[in-house]
Write a protein that binds this ligand. Structure first.
Ligand code: SF4
Ligand code: SF4
Length: 187
């Protein structure tokens, strides 16, 4: 049985950013932002060219479809969801999280930046012949499929959803190749 651990708002933000870095989120954000797909557009806390000026628990915990898909494929999604479920006061683009509170589970943070690097490479290449609408649509569809996968417990249905995600991302050749090598322990 896990013990309660006293933590702070700043500590969970730091732990979350560390996981996001180790999973390579920044590499996917680069082509996404360059194509106009940023999730921070029109936020009052965004300083253009500099970045977020008000890091909060809500935005740290939130995953767009691309990142959710990488967390899903790397097997880190459930621990991420469980961890942030313990953090009170999350809202839209801001938080009311207390300075100190207890949690039970913590985050593992393996370095798998190569997965996102490969995904970002595919995304960058595909964007040469696609538009912003395609990017937003893909991001939304991945978001929906991963949420559906989480909702269902029936293994048959889960497998069907995984097939759909594979079909949706079949042009992400670098990503799938690197992912397969990683799962076989070759990298
Ligand atoms: S939508 Fe996702 S990939 Fe795009 S900038 Fe936001 S977090 Fe990064
Ligand atoms: S508060 Fe959230 S949406 Fe606003 S700039 Fe920061 S990370 Fe982006």
């Amino acid at each position: 049985m896990n013990d309660l651990r006293l933590t702070s708002k700043q500590e969970v933000i730091k732990a979350g950013l560390n996981v996001l870095y180790n999973i390579g989120a920044d590499q996917i954000c680069k082509p996404c932002i360059a194509s106009g797909g940023s999730c921070c557009i029109d936020c009052r806390f965004l300083q253009p060219g500099v970045g977020c000026q008000q890091r909060n628990t809500s935005c740290t915990a939130w995953l767009c479809g691309f990142l959710k898909y990488i967390f899903f494929e790397s097997g880190l999604l459930l621990q991420w969801e469980l961890f942030w479920d313990q953090v009170p006061g999350q809202d839209y683009r801001e938080d009311y999280t207390p300075d100190h509170f207890d949690v039970i589970t913590w985050l593992d943070s393996p370095n798998i930046r190569f997965l996102s690097k490969a995904f970002a490479q595919d995304l960058t290449e595909l964007l040469q012949n696609r538009d912003l609408f395609w990017l937003l649509e893909l991001k939304e569809q991945l978001d929906r499929y991963v949420d559906l996968w989480l909702d269902y417990t029936d293994p048959e249905i889960k497998r069907a959803i995984e097939k759909k995600m594979n079909a949706l991302t079949n042009e992400f050749r670098h990503f799938h190749s690197v992912k397969e090598q990683w799962k076989r322990g070759l990298i």
